[in-house]
Ligand binder design. Sequence first.
Ligand code: GZL
Ligand code: ZN
Length: 330
Amino acid sequence: MRRRSLTVLMALSLLFVSACGDKPDLEGPVDEDLTVIGMCQVGAESDWRVANSESMKAIFTEENGYHLLFDDARQKQENQITAIRKFIQQQVDYIVLMPISEAGWDSVLQEAKEAGIPVILVDRRVDVEDQSLYAAHVGSDFLREGQRAATWIEQAFQEAEKPVRIIHIQGTLGSTAQLGRTAALEEALAAHENWELLVRLDGDFTQAKTYEVMTQYLSSLPGRGEIDVVYCENDNIAFGALQALEEQGYTCGRQGVNIITFDATRGALTECLNGRISLAVECNPLLGPLVEEVIQTMEAGRTPEKHHYVEEQIFTTENLSAALLERRNY
Ligand code: GZL
Ligand code: ZN
């Protein structure tokens, strides 16, 4: 039913648009049998994000029975909200949303609910009153990721009396990944009186922003600072921190400044293998198959589990090898 009206709607709008001579911004009429997915991606801020988008595009193909409308919000929530409203007008079958931050979704998700379009959350989460505003969530447990990193710091710095001096560089403020990874470090700082937070910087999950704020901070120190750990909330932050630290003459690795990172994309695992990064906590971006499982459950008229978590592990120089790196697909 929805698909037919979508085809008519698209055909009529093509007629209207071509009548006005503007370039039609809609793809051609959609084959009746395809499940139409309106997908709302954050942007392309990190290696993780690029791998996440590729995982989705590899699953939601016409051969697999889908018509994918993919929107890149370029890091702006208002672009995500505009895209959701467009998908509602186009009467897509499902909306798949990777929310940039947790706040500000109640009204637009209410509009999707009133239009009878199920919303599936991917990766980060939304903070809404009414949990029925989304059918399911597929992603990672970010608090658990951070707790794994904190446990590693405990084991790496056994001497309880020696100070552990930590720089904390956060990801996009208000995103679930930042909130979870930050909460884990905060609970560990509270539990270890010999751990000292030197500074907390906002790296916004990008290498450029981190390089800028880290260089600024290191240059403000009277001399070479005593830094034991830099807790980077994603790989691109770690790359920016590495660049700034080494430019200022610091040695990174188990004998110097211990870089901890999250995502464990190929670039970070390479630095872990060569010893510049001490710990890489995996955050699996390949969520396409899990999202498809949820959609197939709903297509079969069943109710999906509310939350689906992906399997993740940690990497250090001890458990990495070039062969393992070869086998990784992101
Ligand atoms: C985590 C995801 C984060 C990644 C960053 O699931 O939300 O956003 O850790 C990405 O690389 O930018
Ligand atoms: Zn402890």
